[in-house]
Design a protein around this ligand. Sequence first.
Ligand code: UDP
Length: 438
Amino acid sequence: MLDVVDIGDRSLDAYRGVAPDEQLDELVRVAQRLRGARILHVNATSYGGGVSEILRACVPLLRDLGLEAEWKIIRGDDAFFQITKRLHNGLQGAPGELSETEKALYLGNAQLNAPHLAEGYDFVVVHDPQPAAIAGLVHHRSSRWIWRCHIDTSHPNPAIWEFLTPYLGAYDAAVFTLESFIPPRFPIRRVAILPPAIDPLSPKNLTLPKELARHILEWIGVRLSRPLVTQVSRFDKWKDPLGVVAAYRLVRQHIPHLQLALVSSMALDDPEAWDIYEKVRAETTDDHLIHVFTNLVGVGNVEVNAFQSLSDVIIQKSLREGFGLVVSEALWKGTPVVAGRVGGIPMQIPPGIGGILVDSVEECADALLHLLRHPQTARTLGASGRERVRQHFLMPRLLLDELLLLEALAVERAASAPTASLQLENEAESRLAGDVGH
Ligand code: UDP
C-alpha cells in the first residue's frame, strides 16, 4: 500500500478578503464543472520542501470545492532516495551517471509502487522524478496522467535525461514552472506552465502578532535587539548555504552585530542534506552570531513564519531554483528578499519589486548592506512584494490554473471517447480546448 497523507479540512471561503475576489469566483465556477472528479496527487514525502507544502493546502481545498482529491506517498528505502537525489541533481544539470544497478533499483521501486495505483482516478498528478516511472507501469489507463516537474530542467545532464525520458512518454500532460524549464526533445505533447503558490492561511504564512513572533524567536535564542538576516532552506548545494555565510561575513565587516539564521528542515528524501549540514556547522560553530536551526530541534512552521516576519532581510542565495516558495513566503510578510537570479526567483522579484537579485557572494553582500542601511527602501520593496504575491502567487490562483488544465484534459478525453464519465459544459470545452498546451 502507498501511504495516504492525512490532511485537515479547509474552506475556500476563508480566502475571501485575502486572495483576489475574481480568482476565487472563477475557481468556484471551474470547480463546479469538475465536481466529483477523482484526483490523486503522488509524491515522495509528506513534509520538508515545496511540494509537500503545496499539497497540504491544495488537496483539502480541492475537496472543499467538491472534487475527490487524495494525496499518496510512494515508498522507498535509503538506497532508492540516494538514487533519486542524484536523478534530481542530474536533471538540474549536475554531472554523473547512474550505474545499471542503480537504474534497475529505480525501476524496481516503480514496479513495487505501481500496483497500488490501479484504482480508478480521473486524474493522477505525479510530482517530480522520484515516482515518475510509475505512469508507464500502470495498466489501468482510464486516468489522465500529469507529470508535475517542480525543478529547473532547462539544462539536464544528458545521461540522466536520456534515462528518464522513456518513462515520461506515458503521460498525457506535463506541468513546468517556467517555459525555459522544458528540456530539449521533450516527449510529452501537452505542456502547461503554472508557477506554484503559497497558502496565505497556513500556520507558516498567516499573520503572526508581532509580540508573539518576537517571543518565539527570543525563546530559541535570537536577539531581536540586533539586526537579523535569515535564509530558510533545505541544506542543499543549490541553495548555497556556504555562499550565504560568506556573504554574511562580508556584511559583518560593516555591521558587526548582525546575526545570521540558517533555518533548514531535513526532508525524508534528501540524504545529501546531512553532509551539507556538517559542512555548515564546521564553518559556523564558533560564531555565536550565526544560528543554525533544523526541524529536529523543534523549529517548525511557526518559527519559520516568525523568521520571515521579523528578519530585516530574507536571503535566498540559490544557484538553481525551481521556484523558491520561500521567496513568496517572505514577501507575503512584507519582508524584502535578496535572492539569486535563477529559475523561478526573478518572476517573484521583477525589477524594483520585492527585493534585489544577485549573481555572486559579493553582490549578495552589497545588496544586504544596502537594505540594512536603507530601511525605508527595504520597507517599500517588501510592501510591493506582498502585493505581487497577492496577485500572482497565492493558492487560489494555482488551483484555478490546475483545474483549467484538468478540464482541458477531460475535454480532450471526452472528444476521443464520448461516453467518458466527466460531463463538461460545451461552452467550457470550446474555450479550453485552445487555451492550454503548446
Ligand atoms: N521549509 C520549512 N522549514 C525549513 C526549510 C524550508 O518549512 O526549515 C519550507 C519553506 O518554508 C518552503 C519549503 O519548505 O515552504 C521549501 O520550498 P522551496 O520551493 O523554497 O524549495 P524546495 O525545498 O522545494 O527546493
